[in-house]
Design a protein around this ligand. Structure first.
Ligand code: SF4
Length: 240
């Protein structure tokens, strides 16, 4: 395992070349192999993000890089169950949970933009409460991993396992991109992974608590259908 001081500082061009090569080499690798590659390649300049829907990616990362930074975006609109999952993850796993907050509290945002911005302009709300804090929080890293999966929705069907995130000039890793929901369930069962309690209450994808942002799914709907349902929005902007 490389140590922090072994990891060279890389230019954006080097990171892009590294990502393109790794994407070819790791397409058929296991999630564990992809995480080991990330840990050995980037050391402490690697972090994972978690919505605290479950602790699958945090657990995978912790086995490859104990003490890994796990970034959680606290929008100020989370369900109590999500904050509880965040606190439990910090207690149970060998990870360093970092909670990032927006520049404005909800009250300050309401004062500037009016109440319930999430109903009127969810793209702006997500930009202020998720995208900007993440961009700020990732400044000290060369690579980040997410829990994106190709089977979650048509918009995620072509998710590469490793890509160059040109907007942030980072390597973006999706170690469970090829997993199905059955693979997730099997991993959860095998390792006793912490889950957000809302997953057993009709929710398939857990985001912010306003009804316009997260609702329970109906029989036959894909897992992302409960997010921004009926308003034509499918992603918060972090993965666009
Ligand atoms: S998911 Fe909803 S409440 Fe959360 S940041 Fe986006 S629009 Fe705002």
């Amino acid at each position: 395992m490389a140590t922090e001081t072994d990891i060279p500082t890389r230019t954006p061009e080097q990171l892009q070349a590294l990502a393109e090569q790794a994407n070819q080499e790791l397409e058929n690798a296991s999630a564990q192999e992809i995480m080991r590659w990330a840990a050995e390649t980037f050391g402490r300049r690697f972090a994972v993000t978690s919505s605290m829907e479950d602790a699958v990616v945090a657990h995978l990362a912790s086995t490859a890089l104990p003490g890994v930074d796990v970034i959680f975006l606290d929008t100020g609109y989370h369900f109590p169950e999500t904050l509880g999952t965040r606190d439990a993850v910090a207690e149970v796993y060998p990870v360093n949970v970092i909670t990032l907050t927006p520049r404005q509290t909800v009250a300050e945002q309401d004062a500037e933009f009016g109440p319930r911005l999430h109903d009127r302009d969810p793209d702006l709300c997500c930009a202020l409460r998720k995208v900007e804090p993440l961009n700020r929080g990732l400044a000290g890293y060369d690579a980040w991993a997410t829990g994106l999966r190709r089977d979650e929705s048509p918009t995620r069907a072509n998710t590469p396992v490793v890509a160059y995130d040109a907007k942030r000039r980072k390597v973006k890793i999706a170690p469970i991109a090829r997993w199905t929901q059955e693979d997730v369930d099997a991993y959860v069962a095998e390792h006793g992974i912490l889950l957000n309690l809302l997953l057993s209450d009709g929710y398939a994808s857990v985001g912010c608590s306003p009804e316009s942002c997260t609702r329970r799914i109906l029989a036959g709907e894909d897992g992302r259908s409960g997010r921004w349902a009926g308003i034509g929005k499918t992603e918060c902007g972090i993965h666009l």
